[in-house]
Design a protein around this ligand. Structure first.
Ligand SMILES: Nc1ncnc2c1ncn2[C@@H]1O[C@H](COP(=O)(O)OP(=O)(O)OP(=O)(O)O)[C@@H](O)[C@H]1O
Ligand SMILES: [Mg+2]
Length: 501
């Protein structure tokens, strides 16, 4: 008997069907990839299984029990753990308190057994290769640490089924390898996994079987070893998918951004010159300084020294609004913490940055705003009913597109994009690369920070590899490949200080 069988599941939101009669079957000890484009219904199905949302119709049998209706608590008690797509932590609690919330260990007289909780969390972090202090407050953690904590929370209470909804979006290769090692070990003991990801290499490395949804419908299921990334992508998008190369070499002359001995929180003495209309990839291991440098340029983290010039003019550091005024925009990593304003609708979320820039203009034309919204909706294929939808009603990938629109809408000259394709499906990723190239051709300058080297290979003119807070190598387009990048980002090529930039 299967561990889980979901049959004929239907779900509508406000009369709009988003799951139409879908099926999913899981066996013990398997990793099952649940695949589909942004908005296909993957997270919604998992929310139904774990009691976050009620189903409209269908049958769910888990571990021999028929689940007519289920609460979050009951699903946990049945042995289902869920790592949500967006972080779900209490920032003002400590790390270990987040893990043990409502499940605290106690000793005599109901006192909390803090020591035992901390010791056990430490053990799990060691296995995961996570360098996190269990007593740290969550608000002080980096995004990758938060994601590891989120995963630890689920791993801690031995579940029969673990749902991982895009668990690796901010992890580095090493952290992913540790996580996959733990998953493989747990599989041996019979734990089953639902693995949701838009990263094909990961899907093929880890999964045993797959199920594909398209637009809320079940498309197919099978063994991973009998299929290929191209075939799976075809099933997801509904047509034969061929990967096209995007890159075009362009003539670049003027300099638009210059950094001289730029030093701040997490980077030191960075000197860099960026040409107008170019696309520059930033990469490096977590903490290498690439994301921090972007934040420093944008003024969102402290800068201590050095100088920055935009279009030949010196820009004062540490002020986001000054960066924005000098036509610098930044799409930050980790949308839930840095981008989503949950109480606002799509239009307001999209216009937030533009309103900051035009704050002194007395009149807002909602009609014009809606027209622009429509333009971006088409340009980025945002799946939403209308501009008055709540941002939280959009799937993760579609939210990400709204935030990209937020910054395109400011008409900035320099776009800093930190992990811009977080949670974006393969088809839409290709669209975004094409858009980035089009923007560059019109003279916009784009810096992209990502751990995905193929992403940089597809669009970038040059790739700056970071190590230990500085750029250790700038690779030209033809030199960019995973092995070379890895060599520099681990400093295997020699002492960072001696490599010329
Ligand atoms: N609370 C909600 N209210 C209204 N619509 C919703 C709500 N939650 C999800 N939807 C809609 O349901 C559809 C499926 O969303 P879901 O989040 O399941 O997609 P997904 O497959 O997880 O996509 P992604 O890969 O982008 O995370 C989307 O069109 C989304 O807008
Ligand atoms: Mg989702």
């Amino acid at each position: 008997m299967s561990l889980l069988s979901m049959e004929g599941i239907c779900k509508s939101f406000y009369g709009v069907p988003v799951l139409k009669n879908v099926n999913l079957t899981l066996e013990k000890g398997e990793v099952h990839a649940l695949l589909g484009e942004n908005g296909a219904g993957k997270s919604t199905l998992m929310n139904i299984l774990t009691g976050v949302l009620p189903k409209d119709q269908g049958r769910i049998v888990f571990d021999g029990k028929n689940l007519e209706s289920i609460t979050i608590r009951q699903s946990e008690e049945l042995g289902i753990a869920f790592v949500h797509q967006e972080l779900n932590l209490f920032n003002d609690l400590r790390v270990y308190e987040n893990i043990f919330l409502m499940k605290e260990y106690t000793k005599g007289l109901g006192y909390l057994d803090k020591k035992r909780m901390i010791t056990e969390v430490k053990k799990l972090f060691d296995e995961l290769g996570a360098k996190i202090d269990p007593e740290e407050r969550v608000e002080n953690l980096k995004t990758s640490q938060k994601q590891l904590l989120e995963i630890s929370k689920a791993l801690f209470f031995q579940a029969k089924l673990l749902i991982l909804d895009e668990p690796t979006t901010s992890l580095n290769n090493d952290e992913v390898a540790h996580l996959f090692g733990i998953i493989r070990n747990l599989k041996k003991n019979g734990t089953a996994f639902v693995f949701i990801s838009h990263k094909m290499p990961e899907i093929f490395e880890l999964s045993d079987r797959y199920t594909v949804f398209r637009n809320g419908e079940f498309v197919g299921t099978g063994l991973i070893r009998d299929t290929s990334p191209i075939e799976i992508t075809g099933m997801m998008v509904g047509e034969k998918y061929t990967e096209q190369s995007v890159y075009e070499k362009r003539e670049l002359t003027d300099t638009v951004l210059e950094l001289e001995n730029f030093t701040g929180e997490g980077f030191q003495n960075v000197s860099l010159s960026v040409k107008k209309g170019s696309i520059v990839g930033f990469t490096g291991l977590q903490g290498s300084g690439s994301s921090e440098l972007m934040q420093g340029i944008f003024g969102s983290i402290p800068v201590y020294g050095g100088q920055m010039k935009v279009m030949g003019r010196k820009v004062a550091n540490n002020r986001i609004h000054l960066a924005m005024k000098s036509k610098v925009a930044m799409l930050a990593a980790n949308r839930k913490e840095n981008s989503v304003i949950p109480d606002m609708d799509l239009l307001e979320n999209m216009y937030l940055s533009e309103h900051t820039l035009s704050a002194l203009k007395p009149v807002i034309s909602v009609k014009k705003e809606k027209e622009r919204f429509e333009k971006y909706r088409k340009m980025l294929s945002i799946k939403a009913n209308g501009s008055s939808d709540r941002i939280t009603s959009l799937s993760g990938g579609n939210q990400q597109k709204v935030f990209l629109a937020r910054w395109l809408n400011t008409d900035a000259e320099i776009l800093l994009l930190d992990n811009p394709t977080q949670g974006i499906d393969v088809g839409a990723k290709a669209e975004i690369y094409r858009l980035i190239l089009e923007l560059a051709k019109t003279g916009k300058t784009i810096l992209i920070n990502t751990l995905e080297i193929p992403e940089i290979q597809k669009v970038a003119d040059t790739c700056a590899v970071f190590y230990n807070g500085n750029i250790v190598k700038i690779l030209e387009h033809d030199e960019i490949d995973e092995v070379t990048v890895m060599l520099y980002s681990t400093n295997a090529a020699g002492d960072a200080a001696t490599v010329a930039v």
